[in-house]
Design a protein around this ligand. Sequence first.
Ligand code: NAD
Length: 238
Amino acid sequence: MNAHITNTIKLAEFSSVVFFVGAGMSAESGVPTYRGAGGIWTQYRYQDFACQRAFDADPQGVLDFHEVRREAVLTCKPHAGHYALAKLQAAHPRLHVITQNIDGMLQRAGVHVDAELHGSLWRMRCAKHGIREDAATGQFSTRRCPDCDAWLRPDITWFEDAVNEDVFTKAGELIATAELFISVGTSAAVYPAANFIPLARRAGARMIEINPERTEASTLFERCYALPASEALTTLFV
Ligand code: NAD
């Protein structure tokens, strides 16, 4: 491969590009993080709000909690980095986006997301009747399945849940064939999603990290840009 990683990275030089996105991308839009100072899990116990056991014990309480999350996201707007990524994707059809985020911010900026590894706040799920899109407002349009009246739960991966195998398989296939892998705003600390970083490296992708801080995976990258996502995405790529 003759592609060069310089201060302007020409995506057209790579046959396939994967952007691997984490909560740091949304942090700049004001979406609260889950960990760290001010993080949601410093204020709430996940055992009460973000696991199947909590939902089984108190579905209304868990759904109320997720409505608050949805309403918080709706007060935030995509930033310049989200729009820059949408523009890059429109210009490069083999640019794939895999996200750990559940907030839908990328899609709001017009990005096509190939895999939402941890699901979406904007979908509900009935154990028997499957997925229902529910993206209109902060409040859920319905909390009960119209077909069987069971409680609907958010289609996100909670603590103690298994991951969505189909989504992880699709992401793995895209990463295994990527020539360029760009991690944006992830701590690389949440597994099994973080396994995709060494996978990309083993598969021979060129590796770029965008994060103002060093991460547990930084040594696996050829270039680490200590920049916020908005600045990196608007300046580094053509
Ligand atoms: P994380 O919170 O573990 O790490 C965020 C990373 O973003 C950190 O390394 C931080 O240094 C970096 N960062 C902060 N500001 C940044 C900026 N402006 N530009 C670039 N990087 C920046 O997030 P994670 O690695 O995505 O893992 C957290 C897990 O929690 C994921 O599973 C995700 O599903 C979930 N989560 C989702 C959301 C969301 O949907 N917005 C928010 C919080 C957590």
